[in-house]
Design a protein around this ligand. Structure first.
Ligand code: ARG
Length: 590
């Protein structure tokens, strides 16, 4: 099916041609159309154009107005206001006809695909092997997943990369410990180990290994030797290392499933995935002079990055003992993503506290010529999740909060909320449990996605599962309410009637529906899912106002009933699609 030109684009085009008919030198100029409270749209572009042409803006505006065709087709009315603004009102027929075209386009709802899509490699949901996932990993996963969905929907080719922390000196002690205590990762229940069991095994082992490492000098020496073996790719050491990775993946996948999020094994390319490239990366940087040897280490220096003592802080690509760290891996990953995966955009959904690392890595890659004006890297930095007290989120005992506990609690709360209304809606126990999960997980995701990512936000479950205000459950109820009306409609089916006059609340809802594509375009271009969340919240609010003012099943005429059913049906489908892009489900009955 075909994509649909939005009303604002159509109006924009008409004004632009009226403008160039009036003032030939303004051909191609932007009339600067905005939505407006006074009319449907306002164009502000004439002021600057008049100034440039040394004309009187009001006069120019009046002449443009006389060139605009008005009527039932698109622009019903256009007026000059103030110093030379144009206030535009579109016809009711144009609104309904536009929505009918969107409605006929299935799940795409008339949203166009990018004409020249690029390739984005997105680095997100990157927990660390043998470690618990924490709330920071939640943010990366939730924001990253939404950005992936939005970009793909707008036509971009997206390659996912889960850059898990699966390499480093800490594995020496773990491997040595496991070899000395071989039954520690054995599964009690045979093959089908749960994510929870996997994590508790790893956690126990990690703590025990750490304890021994800190207290037993001989163990420490044996552990350090294993780091060397691991780096040399000694087969038995690698095999033990692989057991940690496999065990951790069982746990990761169980958490992603809890998060109701799809992650594919082939997209998990951790730090170890770039081991073969590290030497070459260093060689290229050193030969080109981008990196220099300093006290034995291979370093990249930056004029504007200095430590508290005023001395420059370099990016260390290779340590003086020959070891490679986080930076060498990230630089190698850039080469892989740019040259092999052919990305033109590299996106990193990573905690804002790693901003300096990425600034240095990107600048190094630019100096090396791996990044440039057409191949760009961007850190989508996110803020910290805070507790109700405004401090970084901790348990009462002062430990970092486990992601799973937090999700479980959200689902418990949400299930209680769902249960309260369940009897009235006639939900079975299974439905209560399923909806509780969708509402709880949705609440956590929505809270994360509805504020600008870079801001810290307070994790407040009471607020998150509240039925009023900017919450996912408010949106989910809005969707379910439409489904309930559609079920009650009996014989009456949704059908567009462009010949009908619209009430103000119908127009407002219709004009907002028309902005879905534009919202996605903006949210995708700036990697800001919160713009989509805000749009959906406004959509649900416009729907609430519509219900207050416009009876649906008891409307005056059968045509009006059909037209209103059509409006709420399209609203529900837009809510459903928009929420799906945010990774949130919309149950039919709630
Ligand atoms: N594993 C890292 C952490 O837990 C995040 C990895 C971010 N991605 C990257 N390419 N450095 O902090």
């Amino acid at each position: 099916m075909a994509s649909v030109t939005s009303l604002s684009d159509s109006v924009q085009q008409q004004l632009a041609s009226a403008l160039s008919a009036t003032l030939p030198e303004a051909a191609g100029a932007d009339p600067l159309l905005r939505r407006s409270d006074r009319a449907d749209f306002q164009a502000n572009g004439i002021l600057a154009l008049a100034k440039k042409a040394k004309a009187n803006p009001r006069e120019l505006a009046l002449r443009v107005v006389s060139e605009v065709a008005t009527g039932d087709e698109l622009i019903k009315d256009v007026e000059v206001s103030g110093p030379g603004f144009l206030n535009v009102t579109v016809s009711d027929r144009a609104i309904v006809a536009n929505l009918a075209a969107r409605s006929a386009d299935g799940a795409r709802l008339g949203v166009p695909r990018a004409e020249a899509p690029g390739t984005t490699v997105i680095d997100y949901a990157q927990p660390n092997v043998a470690k618990e996932m924490h709330v920071g990993h939640l943010r990366s996963a939730v924001i990253g997943d939404a950005v992936v969905q939005i970009l793909e929907f707008t036509g971009e080719k997206v390659v996912r990369r889960h850059h898990i922390g699966d390499w480093g000196t800490q594995f020496g002690m773990l491997i040595q410990y496991l070899d000395e205590h071989p039954s520690e990762l054995d599964h009690k229940g045979g093959d089908g180990v749960s994510g929870e069991e996997a994590m508790s095994n790893l956690d126990r082992l990690y703590k025990a290994a750490r304890k021994l490492f800190d207290s037993d000098e001989e163990f420490k020496t044996r552990a350090r030797r294993r780091v060397v073996d691991l780096q040399a790719g000694e087969p038995r050491t690698l095999a033990t290392w692989q057991r940690f990775v496999d065990e951790s993946k069982i746990y990761f996948f169980s958490v992603f499933e809890k998060l109701d999020m799809e992650v594919h094994d082939e997209d998990i390319v951790g730090e170890s995935g770039y081991n073969d490239m590290l030497h070459e990366t260093c060689r290229l940087l050193e030969e080109s002079g981008v990196a220099v040897r300093s006290e034995g280490a291979l370093c990249v220096f930056f004029d504007d990055i200095k430590g508290p003592d005023g001395n420059p802080v370099p990016l260390i690509v290779q340590k003086s003992d020959g070891g490679f760290g986080y930076a060498a891996t990230d630089l190698s990953a850039i080469r892989d993503r740019v040259f092999r995966l052919k990305a033109d955009t590299l996106l990193y959904v990573v905690d804002a506290r790693q901003a300096l690392h990425f600034r240095m890595v990107f600048e190094t890659a630019r100096r090396a010529g791996w990044l440039n004006d057409t191949v760009k890297a961007h850190q989508l930095a996110f803020g910290t999740i805070l507790g109700k007290d405004g401090k970084p989120f901790k348990t009462r005992a002062g430990e970092t909060v486990k992601l799973e506990d937090l999700l479980d609690e959200a689902v418990d709360r949400a299930t209680a909320v769902v249960r309260e209304k369940a009897e009235k809606v006639g939900l079975t126990e299974d439905e209560i449990v399923e909806n509780g999960r969708y509402v709880g997980v949705g609440a956590v995701k929505y809270a994360d996605l509805s504020t600008s990512a870079v801001r810290d936000y307070k994790f407040d479950l009471d607020q998150m599962v509240s039925l009023n205000g900017d919450t996912s459950v408010y949106l989910q109820y809005a969707y379910a309410r439409v489904q309930s009306i559609l079920r009650k409609a009996g014989e009456a089916r949704p059908a567009a009637h462009p010949e009908l006059e619209l009430a103000p609340a119908e127009r407002a809802l219709g004009l907002h529906l028309d902005r879905f594509a534009e919202t996605l375009r903006e949210a995708g271009a700036s990697y800001e899912p919160h713009k989509l969340a805000a749009y959906l919240y406004q959509l649900a609010s416009a729907l609430t106002t519509f219900y207050d003012q416009c009876p649906v099943l008891k409307a005056d005429t059968p045509e009006q009933v059909e037209n209103r059913l059509f409006l709420i049906d399209l609203t529900a489908r837009t809510l459903h699609q928009g929420m799906a892009l945010l990774g949130i489900r919309t149950p039919d009955r709630l």
